[in-house]
Design a protein around this ligand. Sequence first.
Ligand code: NAP
Length: 541
Amino acid sequence: MSSQTIKEVDAVVLGAGFAGLYMLHQLRSKGFSTIVYEAGDGVGGVWYWNRYPGARCDIESIYYNYTFSKELYEEWTWTSRFPEQAEILRYLNYVADRFQLRSDIQFNTRVTAAHFDEKQHKWMIHLNDGQYILTRYFITGIGCLSAANVPNIQGLQQFNGKWYHTGHWPHEKVDFTGKRVGIIGTGSSGIQAIPVIAKEAEQLTVFQRTPQYTIPARNHAYEEDFIKETKKNFEAIKRSMRNSVSGTPFAQNQQSAMEEPDDKRQAVFEKAWAQGGFAFSATYHDLLTNEQSNEKAAEFIRSKIRQIVKDPVVAEKLCPKYMYGTKRQVLDSDYFETYNRENVLLVDVKESPIQKITGEGIQTADNHFDLEIIIFATGYDGMTGPLFKIDIRGRNGVSLKEKWKDGAAVQTYLGLTTAGFPNLFMITGPESPSVLVNMPIAIEQHVEWIAECMHYLREHDIDLVEPTIEAEEAWSTHCRDVANATLYVKGDSWYTGANIEGKPRSFLIYLGGFDYYTKYCNEVAQNNYVGFKLMKLKSIS
Ligand code: NAP
């Protein structure tokens, strides 16, 4: 390390998305000097990077926003039910300006490493420009899906055309007009992009490994009266989201799908299909715990695919056979209809695997497909991937990657902290409800808890907070027990890490319900942070 003067702050926050922006706002209001580092040249996080055609949120806009400020909620008007990426990005820029956050955000800066210095009892943060910064608290707000997965397919470097990953889309428009385009991947990103690209490209070839259960989003513009009513009901909406299982104001039907007569169940599914959005997954409480109920939902969606897609061979290839919901249920706009277009071709790569990428396109076991553009909609190394991209080292120089290495289960306390890494907080970290809750609401809960915790520590002259091994073992066991009672763990998806070659399989999302989780976290705080070691430097040295 050089002898340069090292800047020091109370808190370093990583990422200027929903999490980082609100964390900064909270810490400032409590008088902590804070700096946010952001790799991009603007705010937005996932909504800054995911600019691919068709990108939109799958949570309704009136719920997919901050609730910490009534004024903000009243000032901002969403235009449609499921907001487009550009609109969400505008919203987050508005928030950054509204609360004058930019002055404490350093853009175009990547944190490469964060090491806990045991002599100073502080974190030394290493930046990509060679600078260092010292901080008492280190807080990650880097999301669960920011480490893009570009599969290691032989020959990509030889490809003469252009290629893109959906999560690192260029800022300028990619023109597909008159082009032969190939897209690999049919998760949420691929399913949103395919119908839009198909309208522009000369030919779109979809390389599908696993078909998906997707429900029509039924997006529409909002009416003025509806928005007025929503704003009027802000407090009630906020309360119901914050006290709910999923961070949205929707109650789940408490009935089992198997208790319902066939005709009634069919009518319930039909209604949810017509309504669009996530209503379908809330039709019965046991779709993800009872295999028979699950199969009823799965078969309903397959029947819809067979109705929509005209070519029965293509329709059958598009019918998923795995358990409904064990991969994230997708919302789409005209996805299955797109396969009725003459310029769209479906290639089943389980039947005929991709062998290599050539200068001119993609070679599968049976065919060569000439392409000018290849799009990787191949997802992310979820949950731990973003954290592992940074060399985070706690006590004794042990890295997070080593602590959670191959097969050794990830262990956290509350999905927020981990033993051996004092004063590290992970917003929406592994083993918290994160991606199975409406994210802005999950983020607000974490941010407020962290800020309160830091305030408490300062008020009590406590310098370090770190979970005990016992507390984190108990939390991780509870987390696994809850997950193991569901069908989620049986799926091969980024939820379980099965999408990344060699990644140990583990389900790292807390499924006990957002309401229960919030109550639990609050009780930990009210009981003087039970499960944490609270350390005063005076008594350490
Ligand atoms: P994803 O759900 O993980 O889907 C990746 C797709 O790529 C899958 O179809 C996968 O097939 C395929 N794939 C991966 N490697 C492949 C290979 N080597 N060869 C062929 N196919 C391959 O990723 P995503 O679509 O980016 O979505 C990730 C998550 O981001 C979503 O679940 C959601 O939580 C979030 N997201 C949300 C929205 C929204 O709000 N609307 C939009 C986009 C993303 P397999 O299934 O066989 O692995």
